[in-house]
Ligand binder design. Sequence first.
Ligand code: UDP
Length: 328
Amino acid sequence: MKLLVTGGAGYIGSVVALQLLKAGHEVAVLDNLSKGHEEAVPEGAELVRADLLDAERLAETLAGGYDGVLHFAALSLVGESVEQPERYYRANVVGTLNLLDAMRDAGVPRLVFSSTAAVYGEPDEVPIPETAPTRPTNPYGGAKLAADQLISFHTKAHRLKTTSLRYFNVAGASGALGEDHEPETHLIPLVLSAALGERENIKIFGTDYPTPDGTPVRDYIHVEDLGRAHLLALEAADEAETGEHRVYNLGNGSGFSVREVIEAACEVTGRSIQAVEAPRRTGDPAMLVASSRKIREELGWKPEKPSLEAMISDAWDWMQKYPRGYDE
Ligand code: UDP
């Protein structure tokens, strides 16, 4: 298939773009490079440097004729979204609307969208099924939920075949592709940079949560396992009814606390990591663990690297190889 990957210069998008190329697809990456890295765009993929808010450029690009779009491009920092909700709704909702408009006009039938566990907010029960109430606690989750709803209605009205994958916490690396955010806010890369000695310590944001050790619990999934789910979703679109928007949670179904992640990182790296207790971070739910039963049953998805140690170890290898990320 001929596929457009928005955000394909970013962490997850670049890994999926490479998996698509390896599977024999033709891939173009659309990225404004505000967060992404040109070096992360896999060889063999064409790079279109454009912004989703530039509707004209989008229309021109999609007019090239595509079989499907994988839509990763988004702003994704919870804390920043609390400070600047308008920026998050513009990028993540208006950007998605522009993309849908351009897809409709160009007759592009398939979409796989990067949604998030943040749409659920503070869950009543874990593991979280797709039927759980959606009550986002921050503008990032709110904007992704609005985009999910927009995609649902648009899919029905314009007879598309679409899938939203609700990611839990993505980690690990894939060969030469890894996590390099500026600023970095994610737990695992920050813990590993403390192990490398690039930062003095790791702050634990909140130790009074209603969890076994008082620190928040998350479900970590390897970026390669997450990536493979996108290829399955794309293939499944062939058998789907037109007008169908599928939603799948994507995690491993086991939760690890912040303290457990730090302990696992000490073990994997063999380094001591200093942890410092700090106040809670605004907008963080106590516990997010996925039920991925639906995607396992319907698409046959199965993680190949479910262990936290494997994710940390791959991220550690990448970080040691590229201590300054893509700027080397
Ligand atoms: N966290 C932390 N210290 C950090 C970064 C993150 O204690 O320096 C915690 C954060 O509060 C959350 C968990 O680690 O409970 C995972 O955070 P991350 O930003 O990696 O992902 P999120 O769950 O927010 O998508």
